[in-house]
Design a protein around this ligand. Structure first.
Ligand SMILES: [Zn+2]
Length: 386
């Protein structure tokens, strides 16, 4: 059984110990300050005799340290303190936030995730945005009050009398983390001496479902680096839009409005151009075949419709680009039904489509639009007769 030094002193950064057993996963020490992955908190990293510890995991009562090369005998362990402090800030911040949600919205935390990028808790209710903000504020007030955090061990009967946020696990010896007059929770993780060390709890995102809510958050130094990055992005966007932070939203609204107006005008101009082009193409012959590079189906439809305004015309138009499109339109005075022949036309572009007797359209990922138009032209000429 490995004695867990971090249980009573989570600030222990260096320690000496003895290797008692080597396994295929790593070495077991008689005592350790390395926290093994568990309870939502990732493991500590660091070194044993200067050799890198790459993973720390529980094996029953033992703690296994995976190392990058073999170690034996007496060892001096050093914890990666930046990583541990980060985990302590995130994990304790989670306790404060979880209790805040109980107090504000009677919402219990059903799971906790502490990742490299961000942390999240899942709540067992759909929590309103206003309550999320209230809970965030409450957790931060408890941080500002810098309340003492106590760690204690209790038997199962004793634990029953404690005001636990959630029922404790059924163990002989239950470790309990208490925030003075605020929170009481069974937990094996590493926690600071006072709430103030969490620095800040910042909700960074919310995913609300019918009956649950996932709350993303960051605490302490992570929140500072996040705020720095956010400020940098805001400055950079502000420079691009020549707007200060407070005017950014208005500036984006203006650009979006301008863009949609420009798009409308462009579409109208393209439609006019297409109609003009349709008239010109109609003058060429009875069956007009044309490929438009980089043009989509809307454009083809406009041109084809314009061609068919002139009596006794069939427009067979193709468009290329990310996908291939084919549009065929005929004048109302012709009787040819375009639908039966369209399937064969679409084959070279692996396309799908359909339409009416006088108008069909389709598109596909395939590239050979010209082959598709050739099939169409042949079939149409054969069906129209001379
Ligand atoms: Zn915990």
């Amino acid at each position: 059984m490995t004695e867990r030094l971090y249980y009573l002193d989570p600030y222990l950064k260096e320690f000496t110990a003895r290797v008692v057993r080597a396994t295929d996963k790593g070495v077991v020490l008689d005592r350790t300050a390395f926290y093994p992955t568990g309870g939502g908190q990732p493991c500590d990293l660091g070194t044993l005799n200067g050799i890198e510890v790459t993973d720390v995991l529980e094996d029953g009562h033992d703690v296994i340290h995976a190392v990058s090369s073999p170690v034996e005998g007496e060892v001096r362990g050093v914890i990666d303190w930046d990583r541990r402090r980060d985990h302590m800030q995130q994990h304790h911040g989670q306790h404060l936030l979880s209790e805040a949600f109980v107090r504000v919205a009677k919402a219990q935390t059903s799971s906790f995730h502490l990742g490299r990028q961000g942390c999240s808790i899942d709540l067992d209710q759909n929590v309103a945005p206003v309550d999320i903000e209230r809970a965030e504020t409450l957790a931060n007030m408890v941080i500002y009050e810098n309340r003492p955090v106590q760690i204690g061990f209790f038997g199962p009967e004793e634990a029953k009398s404690l005001p636990m946020r959630k029922p404790p696990p059924s163990e002989d010896r239950i470790r309990v983390v208490t925030v003075n007059e605020y929170d009481c929770q069974a937990c094996c993780g590493t926690h600071p001496r006072t709430t103030g060390e969490v620095g800040v709890v910042c909700v960074t995102g919310v995913e609300r479902q019918k009956a649950t809510t996932r709350v993303h958050f960051m605490c302490g130094y992570r929140a500072l680096t996040e705020a720095r990055e956010n400020a940098r992005i805001v400055r950079s966007i502000g420079q691009k839009l020549s707007a200060g932070r407070d005017d950014l939203e208005k500036a984006v609204d203006r650009i979006q409005a301008d863009f949609s107006e420009t798009r409308k005008q462009l579409n109208a101009a393209e439609r006019k151009l297409a109609e003009q082009l349709g008239k010109e193409l109609a003058a060429r012959g009875r069956v007009v075949v044309e490929v438009f590079e980089g043009k989509g189906i809307d454009y083809l439809r406009a041109v084809a419709t314009a061609v068919a305004l002139t009596p006794n015309k069939v427009a067979v138009l193709g468009g290329t680009g990310e996908t291939s499109s084919v549009v065929i339109s005929r004048s109302p005075d012709l009787t040819l039904d375009l639908r039966p022949l369209f399937k064969d036309v679409l084959a070279p572009i692996q396309g799908k489509g359909g339409g009416t007797a006088h108008f069909v359209q389709g598109g596909g990922p395939g590239g050979d639009v010209r082959a598709a138009l050739k099939v169409a032209e042949e079939k149409i000429l054969a069906n129209l007769g001379a």
